[in-house]
Design a protein around this ligand. Structure first.
Ligand SMILES: O=C(O)[C@H](CS(=O)(=O)O)OP(=O)(O)O
Ligand SMILES: [Mg+2]
Length: 231
């Protein structure tokens, strides 16, 4: 499996298989939303679109990054979301980097959205599908965010080699990233002190997350890889 690692502005073609990585925090938060019972996460194009979707479907739950805002129910924080009961709910998520990255590859034949909490399930799906090439979309910092790059490289290694990749150096890199520092020091709004630790919980969840266009919306759903040994 050939892996290429691209920032959002570097996406000039439509990849076949894309893994969109946002560790801090969009795809850690989305995984927690599924763990709390959410049925699907709609990745919104804009804050206005998120609000318009909710206006048409009042039962939907809106979530944005940054500070809380009128019309939005939740912020992009795993610590602040993990006690929320989302059973059967549709969450509409809009963030600065993560959701933008997935929308940038919406025409790919397979789009997985990933972070450390779903790393092994994501790698396992890739092993099962065994594509010739995987495009990792490193969403933060125009492709240079250390937490996203570390996670993307780790998943790529696991997809190739199964158990032989030691996670520790990758988690250390992510923990030393600028994003982690900003979350620890409260520079990022809509955050809690436990966010960094929650974003670094390797394989916290057994499912992966796949996004696809449904009725013109980009919809993220959890996918549980078949319990098969690595290819
Ligand atoms: O909520 C976050 O941590 C970030 C905000 S920003 O990109 O640092 O402004 O959003 P995300 O899309 O989850 O990286
Ligand atoms: Mg991020």
């Amino acid at each position: 499996m050939r892996a290429r690692f691209l920032g959002i502005p570097e996406l000039t073609d439509v990849p076949d298989v894309a893994v969109v990585v946002d560790v801090m925090r969009a795809y850690t938060v989305a995984a927690w939303a599924f763990a709390r019972g959410s049925e699907r996460v709609v990745l919104a194009e804009s804050l206005e679109d998120a609000l318009a979707l909710k206006a048409r479907r009042p039962g939907w739950v809106t979530l944005k990054d940054g500070s809380p805002a009128p019309g939005f129910d939740l912020v992009n924080s795993p610590a602040l979301l993990r006690d929320t009961d989302l059973a059967g709910r549709t969450v509409v998520q809009k963030t600065t980097a993560g959701t933008v990255g997935a929308l940038a590859v919406k025409d790919a034949s397979l789009v997985l959205c990933a972070s450390f909490v779903v790393a092994e399930a994501t790698a396992r799906l890739l092993r099962q599908r065994a594509p010739r090439e995987v495009t990792f979309v490193v969403t933060g910092g125009d492709g240079r965010a250390e937490e996203d790059l570390a996670c993307a490289e780790y998943i790529a290694g696991r997809a190739d080699d199964g158990d032989v990749v030691d996670a520790a150096p990758y988690l250390r890199r992510a923990g030393a990233s600028r994003a982690a520092d900003e979350l620890r020091t409260g520079v990022r709004e809509g955050s809690a002190p436990e966010d960094v630790a929650l974003c670094l919980e390797l394989d916290r969840f057994p499912f992966a997350m796949a996004a696809a266009v449904e009725d013109s919306l980009m919809v993220l759903r959890q996918v549980t890889p078949a319990d098969a040994p690595p290819a």
